[in-house]
Write a protein that binds this ligand. Structure first.
Ligand code: PMP
Length: 280
């Protein structure tokens, strides 16, 4: 297994980072995850645009151009013979003597690795997943894809302990998003509803593509807050993310959604996204 660390492709076992890395000490860094299908990166322009934006928001200079990023990602995919899975990219402010304010001189730390994963053929997508809800304990800049993920770790652990696939986070009675996914519901009149972009959620790249595909298929899409009550009453529900594409949600806190099976429109949206991924 080959990983990329600070300009070098290395065997995983040989990769080393200093303990003073600010990603480790302060979670002072950001990350991205792009899916790979048939050795090709899916929706990658969106991920690189968001990477650049996240870096800008926390004032780390982007170490590479988009073209250079793609070159590095592609080389990593080739070296690891990754047919299907994800490419993980992380940039931190770098290593320096521990002090909260930005160091005067630090070179950003860049780490990339791949993980094989079967995304197209997913047994979970056939049956759908259940979710539990948890309070959204995160900070107020959730639009930045920060590596500070403790609230999401605790949310996902709550899901794991409940034996379900995801946790939906709730704030002021409204669903914000999943711990590592965007939350959608489909109302009984067939309207696809997801929360509008703001500092309260991460602007999902899969979210954007799925909304575009839905609109192209003449489906109604509404960006607005939805309450947990509304979600319980929905005809269908699903989540989107780079590593799961479109994943049906069939129960919330133990209560089935609709007939407790993946919904018709959800399955159609998953197919539309899979078609896009297969075609490239
Ligand atoms: N929201 C959160 C909190 C996430 O962690 C993720 C996955 N990174 C998403 C939404 C989905 O974003 P994307 O479709 O870009 O993977």
């Amino acid at each position: 297994r080959i990983v990329f660390v600070n300009g070098e492709f290395l065997p995983f076992e040989e990769a080393r980072l200093p303990i003073m890395d600010r990603g480790f000490l302060f979670a002072d860094g950001i990350y991205e995850v792009s899916a790979v299908v048939g050795r090709r990166l899916i929706d990658n322009e969106g991920h690189l645009t968001r990477l650049a934006r996240s870096l800008g928001e926390i004032r780390i200079a982007n170490p590479y151009s988009d073209e250079e990023w793609v070159g590095l990602q592609t080389e990593l995919i080739t070296r690891n013979e990754l047919d299907e899975g994800i490419v993980y990219t992380q940039v931190t402010r770098g290593a320096a003597e521990r002090d909260f304010a930005f160091p005067k001189e630090a070179t950003p730390t860049v780490v990339m690795f791949t993980q094989p994963k079967s995304i197209l053929a997913s047994p979970q997508a056939e049956s759908g997943i259940a979710v539990v809800t948890v309070p959204d304990l995160r900070w107020k800049r959730r639009d930045i894809k920060s590596v500070a993920l403790l609230a999401q770790v605790l949310a996902k652990q709550a899901a794991a302990e409940a034996g379900v696939g995801e946790a939906w986070m709730v704030e002021d009675g409204a669903v914000t998003e999943g711990s590592s996914s965007t939350a959608f519901i489909i109302t009984r009149d067939g309207t696809i509803v997801t929360r509008p972009l703001s500092n309260a959620i991460l602007p999902g790249i899969t979210r954007r593509s799925v909304m575009r595909l839905a609109q192209e298929a003449q489906l109604r899409v509404e960006e607005r807050l939805f309450t947990l009550e509304e979600a319980h009453d929905a005809a269908e529900a699903f989540i989107t993310s780079a590593s799961s594409f479109v994943m049906p949600v069939v129960a919330i806190d133990g209560t089935p959604i609709g007939d407790g099976k993946p919904g018709r429109l959800t399955r159609r949206l998953r197919e539309l996204y899979l078609d896009m991924a297969r075609e490239g």
